[in-house]
Design a protein around this ligand. Structure first.
Ligand SMILES: [Zn+2]
Length: 246
């Protein structure tokens, strides 16, 4: 089984931001323990006396307003976010990143959250289908999200998916409705948060420094990055997601 951990970055309602991102990582069940241990070890390095109090939330680390990040230099805060992302970089190849960026003004009549979520469900499903086509292994998928993200709306959306299918076809491999957890208790949702943040920083602030090291980890096949999607109608775009689709 594969688990797709997702979190969002940016705000749907903030008119000062152009983009909204949902991003995260699909993890093979046997590798979950490795990711959690890597995150816990990093927390121990930062606060040895109370590592479990550390929640890796990239925007909070970057802003350095709340403990334990408030005494930190800007450079040290950046290094913490990079250290979290390096866990993604060095993970086994079965585990791949996913993210969907929505340019909000391009879709004024649609909910960016639903749009991104629908797209990511389809792409996760395609990954599971590809595994079956290549290896013959039938793998199921479960989506796990931070419970602060539109819980009831997304549950309804997911039920509609199962009954009606999406515009890409019926999702056969993804189990049940999304499973919601408290990000404070889930290191893997925190990892998803860092991936979503790295994508948001690139599209919102043209800051590639966080995304670049993990770009190779996005689900891809034959140089086509299936796992990173940029939804917009602003004309030509040369971002990594749009470039590979030209
Ligand atoms: Zn683009």
């Amino acid at each position: 089984m594969y688990f797709l951990y997702l979190d969002d970055s940016g705000s749907v309602r903030n008119i000062n931001e152009n983009n909204f991102v949902i991003g995260g990582i699909s993890i093979f069940e046997n590798h979950m323990h490795w990711f959690i241990k890597e995150m816990d070890d990093l927390a121990k390095q930062i606060l040895p006396q109370n590592p479990h109090s550390i929640e890796f939330h990239a925007s909070e680390i970057f802003s350095r307003r709340i403990p334990p990040w408030n005494g930190m230099s800007k450079q040290s805060a950046i290094e913490v976010i990079q250290a979290v992302l390096s866990i993604v970089s060095k993970s086994y190849t079965q585990n791949s990143a996913f993210a969907c960026v929505v340019h909000k003004k391009s879709f004024l009549n649609l909910d960016p959250m639903n749009l991104a979520f629908e797209n990511l469900c389809s792409r996760f499903d395609l990954k599971l289908k590809r595994i079956y086509a290549i290896t013959g292994e039938s793998q199921r998928g479960l989506i796990v999200m931070d419970k602060n993200s539109y819980e009831s709306g997304l549950n309804l959306l997911s039920i509609n998916f199962r009954e009606l299918g999406t515009r890409w076809g019926i999702l056969r491999n993804i189990s049940e409705v999304p499973y919601f957890v408290d990000s404070q208790a889930s290191r893997l949702v925190q990892l998803a948060d860092s991936i979503a943040y790295s994508v948001f920083r690139y599209y919102e602030a043209k800051d590639l420094s966080y995304l670049e090291p993990i770009l190779v980890k996005f689900d891809s096949e034959d140089n086509k990055i299936h796992g990173l999607v940029h939804l917009h109608n602003t004309g030509s775009c040369y971002c990594p997601a749009c470039l590979c689709r030209l």
